[in-house]
Design a protein around this ligand. Structure first.
Ligand SMILES: Cc1cc2nc3c(=O)[nH]c(=O)nc-3n(C[C@H](O)[C@H](O)[C@H](O)COP(=O)(O)OP(=O)(O)OC[C@H]3O[C@@H](n4cnc5c(N)ncnc54)[C@H](O)[C@@H]3O)c2cc1C
Length: 537
């Protein structure tokens, strides 16, 4: 079956796409709206703003790679080219491994397609504690529906793969809540390689949906271009300066690009958007930029099953359990969502926390291994405030992230519950992803063993693929960066449209929350800009 080459055909038909690595001299570009970043927030905003007739310019530091590049289904190629810092990003102390995308389509090009609405408990918490207006369950419902229709979000209709079936079977045996995950796919081949770029264009990422549509509507895309700083004049952004990157997408080529626009939208994602504001010395009278960056810290539990799992094949995530998520409300004991990660060899071998012969031995069991993960909710209580983004001397982003007793306690509880679930599903042995954990052969041994583990950094395996916050929205500039519509409190012509808007983590995989929130905010912005003088660049 032929797979469309969307960009080759589109560019041939006149789409305006520039590879900044090919530029040989400095360039100045003008637009109505300049959008920094082409991921969940940037893609959604670009489609909506260009549909309103605005001249949209999308600036992306990552490469333009498409299904044709993804056909090798090769982890090594993908991590090096499609992820921030070659998939080597981590918290500033190295204790928490962070996965984030860096490509046209942003992290949606490499994500695993789970699509959840923002939990009502989170929306209520944002309204009550952070003064977020206009984002109640009822007010958000039409925006979720619109983006679900746009991106083909529907509960996964095929049987879960054996890795996900462990979660379903264990939860069923224990009478715990579980559900089928809605995914943003159309005509999915069930290959399981979403994390290295979808080779069939089935994943409805920004790469194959909103960005192509924005280009059809006249938007311009420049990739291999890193926005370095914003310039300010009288409470407004006056322009931005960007560096063209070499084909490796890392080193600057020496060519500079200057952009002038009526309006600027930051969609670089958590960590990178606050870092751009910090690098630019954007006004920040209350020191809120980069504060409360949340990560849904993930802990994992491995299980060996009697049957083959082959967890690298099939939809990566299709079953989830919220049984322990909201038991004591948003601010009660630390809640967590249970899911599984895909068991791609390179990805999971970094999780094992084993070396030499021990690592070789564990990898040899991979075909029978299941992993359960617990996404911990951070940002809801004072003892789990999230981290702080700062920049180093070169302006590169760093994330300081500490973990208090509240989350350590929740993580130990998650280890216990995951072991219980995996044995209930028939596991022959279970071990936590923790440097001191050993394999245990029955539930009571596992529970006793979990109680002996030291819950601290560099012993506990900690991971994140969900970066949220750092430019929180809210009504009070003393504890937020933007208003409830994403407009920067201090800069009239600047909006933030990405996951950094969240005042807390959300307790669910974040992409659909970003799509819906940005669809709402961008529609409002399109109306505002259309009413102003369209020629006043
Ligand atoms: C492996 C993996 C699996 C995931 N699976 C899921 C899932 O199943 N479901 C789910 O809901 N979420 C998932 N996520 C998370 C989800 O994809 C992200 O939360 C979401 O895409 C974030 O959207 P965003 O707009 O904030 O930023 P991103 O989508 O990360 O986009 C930001 C873009 O901006 C670019 N950029 C940044 N700074 C600059 C700059 N200065 N100049 C130019 N460009 C810049 C970046 O290169 C990037 O392309 C997953 C994440 C990972 C890593």
């Amino acid at each position: 079956m032929a797979i469309d080459d969307i960009y080759t055909d589109g560019i041939a038909s006149g789409w305006r796409v520039r590879d900044a690595s090919l530029l040989t001299q400095d360039l100045t570009l003008e637009a109505d709206v300049a959008i920094v970043g082409s991921g969940a927030g940037g893609g959604t905003a670009a489609e909506i703003l260009s549909a309103a007739g605005l001249r949209v310019l999308i600036l992306e530091e990552g490469p333009l790679q498409t299904a044709r590049d993804f056909r090798d289904m090769n982890e090594a190629r993908a991590y090096a080219t499609l992820y921030q810092e070659g998939a080597g990003r981590a918290s500033s102390d190295g204790a928490l491994q962070i996965l984030q995308g860096r490509a046209v389509g942003g992290t949606t090009t490499v994500n695993w397609t789970s699509s959840f609405r923002t939990p009502p408990e989170t929306l209520k918490h944002w309204a009550g504690k952070h003064g977020v207006r206009g984002a109640s369950v009822d007010e958000m419902a039409p925006w979720f529906q619109r983006m679900e229709e746009r991106l083909g979000v529907a509960p996964w209709a095929m049987a879960p793969n054996a890795n996900n079936a462990v979660l379903r079977d264990g939860a069923q045996k224990l009478d715990w809540e579980w559900h089928v995950i809605p995914r943003n796919v159309r005509g999915c081949w069930n290959l399981g390689y979403c994390g290295v770029g979808c080779p069939t264009n089935a994943k409805q990422s920004m790469l194959v949906t909103t960005i192509p549509q924005a280009l059809r509507q006249g938007a311009e895309l420049v990739h291999h271009l890193r926005v370095q700083t914003l310039r300010f004049e009288g409470g407004r952004v006056a322009g931005l300066d960007a560096l063209a990157l070499m084909p490796d997408t890392l080193s600057p080529s020496g060519v500079r690009v200057t952009v002038r626009a009526r309006h600027y939208v930051l969609s670089g994602g958590s960590i990178n958007t606050p870092a751009l504001l910090l690098r630019s010395r954007a006004p920040d009278p209350h020191g809120q930029t980069g504060a409360h960056t949340c990560v849904h810290p993930v802990v994992l539990s491995l299980a060996e099953m009697p049957q083959k799992v082959d967890g690298y094949y099939g939809a990566p995530q299709s079953i989830a359990s919220d049984h322990f998520q909201w038991k004591d409300g948003a601010t009660g004991a630390a809640g967590f969502k249970m899911e599984v990660p895909p068991m791609m060899p390179a990805l999971v071998s970094t999780m094992f926390g084993r070396f030499g012969g021990d690592l070789k031995d564990e990898v040899s069991h991979l075909p029978r291994l299941n992993a359960a993960l617990a996404l911990m909710r951070d940002g809801f209580v004072d003892d789990a405030p999230g981290g702080q983004v700062r920049i180093d001397e070169q302006g590169n982003p760093l994330l300081d992230y500490d973990i208090g007793e509240y989350l350590w306690h929740g993580m130990r509880e998650a280890y216990r519950r995951m072991a219980e679930l995996q044995f209930a599903a028939g596991a022959t042995r279970v071990r936590q992803v923790h440097l001191d954990a050993r394999w245990t052969g029955n539930p009571s041994d596992a529970l006793r063993h979990v109680d002996t583990l030291q819950m601290k950094k560099f012993r506990t395996g900690l991971f994140s693929a969900h970066l949220m916050g750092g430019c929180a929205m809210g009504s009070d500039p003393k504890n937020s960066v933007t208003d409830s519509n994403g407009r920067h409190h201090q800069l009239e012509n600047l909006h933030v449209f990405d996951g950094s808007l969240f005042p807390t983590s959300i307790g669910a995989n974040p992409q659909l929350s970003i799509y819906a929130l940005v669809a709402k905010h961008a529609t409002r912005l399109a109306g505002e800009l259309a009413r102003k003088d369209p020629h006043a660049v």
